[in-house]
Design a protein around this ligand. Structure first.
Ligand SMILES: [Zn+2]
Length: 331
């Protein structure tokens, strides 16, 4: 990944970088190769090599409890590593990347007084992406980009585009190259859940940690509901399934009774206890938020980071289970 070290975008280093880890060297693109889009996952505890993103390693992790490092071969407990890293980087674009958000880096030239429209889709960001963070880094002094807004100054854009104004900076104003790091997630896959995860990620980026709770748990809950609904529709009518899901099934029973039952029936390993425990805590906080209210002073940033991490792993666990289910059906 590109690094923002000393306030400049640095080329990918051959040695462990400022985050204390490095990419699998065989897959490293050449320095200065922009635009570049990438996603990454937990880092190996032994050699610090970064694993592929969670969406590509989750099945192996849930199956075996660890994922082999592509460099040294040691097993990486991606849950422990991601959970630990989120304590340091939660609320930043690095933390979001660790949870599975994609990142695109590109460069553009900007002169003082110039206005430029940036279309991130021309740089590799899909048109359907939800942008959760944009970081501009001037590659020198003389000019700095100011992102422009409409008459409503505080409304935030999630669209993959921006307009910037080149503000004159320093004693020698002049054109400079600007590096842009766009962090985004794509709604296309599991759109209902990802839209809610995008809201949770956005709340984290805004440092409004109490606002992470409701969308984070809802994202997981929607994916669980979809799994249960698909299975029940095989044995009973749509009306009966809807009545059961809406009137009879509690959120706790769905996760603590039906999901273990489904896993046992499919011969799939159940959700790891530590993740289930944190999802229970997240559900209780969600219930408090919607019934009594939840303020930022009521929550601990580190805990919310771990709970969002659990929601993402829970969401991936349901994806893994649905994949096993479709494999069994086609066998
Ligand atoms: Zn390793």
């Amino acid at each position: 990944m590109g690094l923002l070290a000393n306030n400049r975008l640095e080329p990918i280093p051959a040695q462990p970088n400022a985050l204390g880890r490095h990419m699998d060297e065989t897959k490293e693109p050449a320095a200065g190769d922009f635009p570049r889009t990438f996603a990454w996952g937990a880092a190996c505890v032994s050699c610090k090599t970064v694993l592929p993103p969670l969406r590509d390693t989750a099945s192996l992790f849930f199956e075996n409890g660890s994922v082999p490092c592509p460099k040294c071969g040691n097993g990486v407990d991606v849950w422990e590593v991601t959970k630990n890293e989120i304590r340091t980087y939660f609320g930043t674009f690095i933390g979001l990347g660790g949870l599975g958000a994609n990142q695109t880096v590109f460069m553009f030239d900007l002169a003082p007084g110039q206005i430029k429209s940036l279309d991130f889709t021309e740089q590799g960001v899909p048109p359907s992406a939800v942008v959760v963070s944009v970081v501009y880094t001037a590659q020198g002094s003389g000019c700095f980009p100011i992102e422009m807004h409409s008459n409503e100054a505080r409304s935030r854009s999630y669209k993959p585009m921006a307009s910037v104004y080149g503000a004159s900076l320093g004693n020698n104003p002049g054109p400079v190259k600007i590096a842009v790091l766009v962090t985004w997630i794509d709604e296309l896959e599991e759109p209902e859940s990802w839209t809610m995860l995008a809201d949770a990620f956005q709340a984290a980026t805004d440092n409004r940690f109490s606002r992470v709770v409701v969308p984070a748990y809802s994202a997981f809950e929607v994916s669980v509901g979809r799994l249960i609904r698909e299975l029940l529709l095989n044995v009973t009518s749509k009306e009966s399934v809807e009545e059961f899901m809406v009137r009879d099934l509690s959120a706790a029973s769905a996760v603590n009774v039906l999901v273990p039952f489904i896993c046992r029936t499919l011969g799939v390993k159940d959700l790891p206890d530590d993740i289930r425990g944190r999802l229970t805590r997240l559900r209780r906080l969600r219930n408090k938020a919607v019934h009594e209210g939840l303020r930022d002073v009521d929550v601990n940033k580190n805990e919310i980071g771990e709970l969002l991490c659990a929601a993402v792993f829970g969401f991936e666990f349901v994806r893994y289970t649905r994949k096993k289910l479709s494999e069994q059906r086609s066998a």
